[in-house]
Design a protein around this ligand. Structure first.
Ligand code: THU
Length: 148
């Protein structure tokens, strides 16, 4: 049913916006605080209004308190008043594998709709793009809470 969708599907970002988004995710990776894993990750989130919020992973000596790059970017955007997102790019140093968000991040992303794009990159800048719906099929979200 159409009513299951939070927002209409946003258009893919124009090419120049996409290049900037990819670059901002790589730049954010350079700020990663990951002395324990030594696995830097950067994320850049494009809002519906065209702004970009970036984030990196921030680890902690109390390991379980570490937060992923994707959630850092989302928390920055939300805390500045943005709740509608068009795309996210994610960067890591992996050369042969596209970086993918962990399950917890997929659920946090999904909170803000299932119709946006996630660009998964390799260190050389090549990428594949997945809809959130593909990354987290059959997901539970805020709409479900209204069904009881
Ligand atoms: N990490 C992210 O920030 N994003 C991902 O997509 C995967 C993993 C972080 C969490 C932790 O700081 C480090 O990478 C190793 O798991």
């Amino acid at each position: 049913m159409e009513g299951d969708r939070q927002d209409p599907a946003p258009a893919a970002p124009p090419r120049e916006h996409l290049q900037l988004l990819l670059r901002r995710s790589r730049e954010a990776k350079n700020c990663a605080y990951c002395p324990y894993s030594r696995f830097p990750v950067g994320a850049a989130l494009l809002t519906a209004s065209g702004e970009i919020f970036s984030g990196c992973n921030v680890e902690n000596a109390c390991y379980s308190l570490g937060v992923c790059a994707e959630r850092t970017a989302i928390q920055k955007a939300i805390s500045e008043g943005h709740t509608s997102f068009r795309a996210m790019a994610i960067a890591s140093d992996m050369g042969d594998t596209f970086i993918v968000p962990c399950g917890a991040c997929r659920q946090v992303m999904r909170e803000f709709g299932t119709d946006w794009d996630v660009y998964l990159t390799k260190a050389d800048g090549s990428y594949i793009v997945k809809r959130l719906e593909e990354l987290l099929p059959l997901s539970f979200g805020p709409e479900d809470l209204k069904k009881v």
